[in-house]
Design a protein around this ligand. Structure first.
Ligand SMILES: *Cc1c(COP(=O)(O)O)cnc(C)c1O
Length: 342
């Protein structure tokens, strides 16, 4: 952010580009970290004993089902490293989180891309892409960058058709924001046999992206395998105490959901007034069809001090992605976009 402000000679830039929490970090997490500062000369608890137990309680799973990561990114990396051999295939949507492809390639395995259908993950097409070489399937629900989500019913039908030896990863980085009650939840499908992994993170709704802490929920045998592949102190001690405090900060969680949902509704209404096409979302961000080069819109918005994300690299050359911000940030975004597109 500082770099962009310097480069473009702007100040007070508004960043609506990375799906972060506009309210900042959970205040209870900040207080817990301040308390823990005096113990930073000690190594972290390598097993993340207390955080694991607290998460298990909250999610109603066993501690043996959990793997902690330096962000959920690291858990994705543990999966690809532990499970993939050269030449194995990994099925994912064409427009999805870039780490799936990057980490698959790092393991010398082959990403198999499946196009979206009407901006949503096409579960039938994903099934059709499975071959005897398929080891892993990555699904994001709600999806980044489209914000669409599939239902429990759709996922149930999908999961029953996946060969039992294929590991299905359900990346739920944005699940807390979903307003549609029908949206699938990995917790309803986890059992100790079917190799299903639910991925969650403290980076979004808990406001702790800079700390790097996320986790996976999976059958104990798979968790045990992943835990053998990780660094002994992968989740640092501040991240552990902050995540535990953030889980208890229900006040902050509620405020976050309120701000994000109100922000989305405010932005949708503003875009309706401007006659600009957008795609309502189950996450804390959404896509806008700007009907011109998204790179140029990105640049023009930057000059107005508003940082958003161009979707060119995701295969949508005329789309931008915007994260819901604070009321004043959303107003500034709408004003700038109105000017840029007029
Ligand atoms: C933000 C995000 C994550 C979270 O990554 P962390 O490493 O936990 O910060 C995971 N998956 C998707 C699709 C995301 O957008």
């Amino acid at each position: 952010m500082e770099e962009l402000e310097r480069e473009y000679g702007i100040s007070n830039a508004v960043k609506l580009a990375s799906n972060e929490n506009p309210l900042g970090p959970s205040p209870m997490a900040v207080a817990a970290m301040q308390q823990a500062m005096g113990k930073l000369h000690r190594y972290p608890d390598g097993s993340g004993y207390y955080l694991t137990r607290k998460l298990a309680d909250k999610m109603k799973v066993a501690p043996e089902n959990l793997v902690l990561g330096n962000g959920s990114d690291e858990v994705i990396g543990m999966l690809t490293r532990a499970l993939l051999a050269p030449g194995d295939e990994v099925v994912m949507s064409r427009s999805s989180f870039s780490m799936y492809e990057i980490l698959t390639r790092l393991a010398n395995a082959k990403p198999v891309f499946v196009p979206l259908s009407a901006m949503a993950i096409d579960l039938d097409a994903i099934l059709a892409a499975i071959t005897p070489r398929t080891r892993l399937i990555f699904l994001t629900n709600p999806n980044n960058p489209t914000g669409m989500a599939f239902s429990a019913e759709q996922f149930d039908r999908f999961l029953k058709a996946v060969p039992p030896e294929v590991v299905v990863v359900l990346d739920e980085a944005y699940i807390e924001f979903a307003r549609d009650e029908a949206v699938a939840d990995s917790l309803d499908f986890l059992n100790d046999v079917r190799p299903l992994v639910g991925l969650r993170t403290f980076s979004k709704v808990y406001g702790l992206a800079g700390l790097r802490v996320g986790y996976g929920m999976m059958p104990p045998a798979l968790a045990e395998l992943l835990n053998r592949t990780r660094q002994p102190f992968n989740v640092n001690s501040l991240a552990q105490v902050a995540a535990m405090a953030a889980i208890d900060d229900t006040d902050f969680l509620q405020k976050t959901l309120q701000v994000v949902h109100d922000g989305l509704d405010f932005l949708y209404a503003g875009l309706d007034r401007l006659g600009i096409e957008y795609f309502p979302s189950q996450a804390n961000f959404f896509l806008i069809n700007v009907k011109r080069d998204a790179g140029e819109v990105f640049e023009a918005m930057l000059r107005q001090g508003v940082i958003i994300r161009s979707m060119i690299s995701y295969g949508y050359p005329e789309f931008i992605r915007v994260t819901a911000g604070l009321p004043a940030e959303n107003e500034r975004f709408l004003k700038a976009l109105g000017e840029v597109l007029s």
